[in-house]
Design a protein around this ligand. Structure first.
Ligand code: GSH
Length: 225
């Protein structure tokens, strides 16, 4: 059975879990990273020598880097759906996945850390505003792209929507100023209609969430820590 290694509330793990659920795959989640540890074991180094999450094991095949995993699962289990059959649509999906990693994820994750992961009395409003502006400028480009298509690679939902959908959830749920970006908002609402997105992306938000604490308690009682 497919194994996904990581924490289900970790920003690079969420796209992999969302993908597996969009594809209806059976998998086991191997809690690892953060307080779950395991990354420094010899066994884990065989799965991911970078000692980071996420990683997967599919039979005796191991793979790491979240976008490579999303692509592999989509190609293997979702040809013609998550992985578009049309070469141009596939290239556009790839393009926006790369853009997500290089341009959209960095300012949004920094904004997330500067707000959700920083105690209210330690937050720096100047830095938060600068990051919010930077994130919004980047998202404006995606908004323009979405003006005349329903999803990133055309009219169908594909793997191209997955990393950016995860970034969008954080962008829309941090306490910061956001300009009106109607096409982005409409796309985000379309994603929110998907059960796998609601269940696996629109959830854990910050280490102080009740769900996160319950998971940590559960894993501690099972001796996972
Ligand atoms: N580019 C990598 C980044 C992986 C990464 O930064 N993972 C973080 C968590 S999001 C990690 O392993 N941190 C150590 C830990 O969680 O213990 C990917 O997309 O998979």
């Amino acid at each position: 059975m497919l194994e996904i290694w990581g924490r289900p509330y970790s920003s690079n793990v969420i796209p992999v879990i969302w993908t597996a659920n969009e594809l209806g795959l059976d998998y086991t989640l191997q809690l690892a990273g953060g307080s779950f540890g395991k990354l420094d074991t010899d066994d884990y180094a065989k799965i991911n020598p970078n000692r980071m999450i996420p990683a997967i094991r599919d039979g005796d095949f191991a793979l790491w880097e979240s976008h490579a995993i999303v692509r592999f699962l989509s190609r293997k289990y979702g040809p013609g759906t998550l992985c578009p059959a049309d070469l141009q649509a596939l290239a556009v999906a790839d393009q926006w996945m790369d853009w997500s990693a290089s341009r959209a994820f960095p300012p949004v994750i920094q904004l997330f850390f500067a707000t959700v992961r920083t105690a209210a009395n330690k937050r720096d409003p100047g830095r938060i505003n600068a990051l919010a502006q930077e994130a919004s400028e980047v998202m404006r480009l995606l908004d323009a792209h979405l003006a005349n298509r329903s999803f990133v690679a055309g009219e169908a939902f594909t793997m191209g929507d997955i990393p950016l959908g995860c970034v969008a959830y954080r962008y829309y749920n941090v306490e910061a100023e956001r300009p009106a970006l109607p096409h982005l908002e409409a796309w985000y609402q379309r994603l929110a209609e998907r059960p796998a997105y609601r269940r696996h992306v629109m959830r854990f938000f910050g280490t102080n969430s009740d769900e996160w604490q319950a998971l940590e308690r559960e894993s501690a009682s099972e001796g996972v820590l």
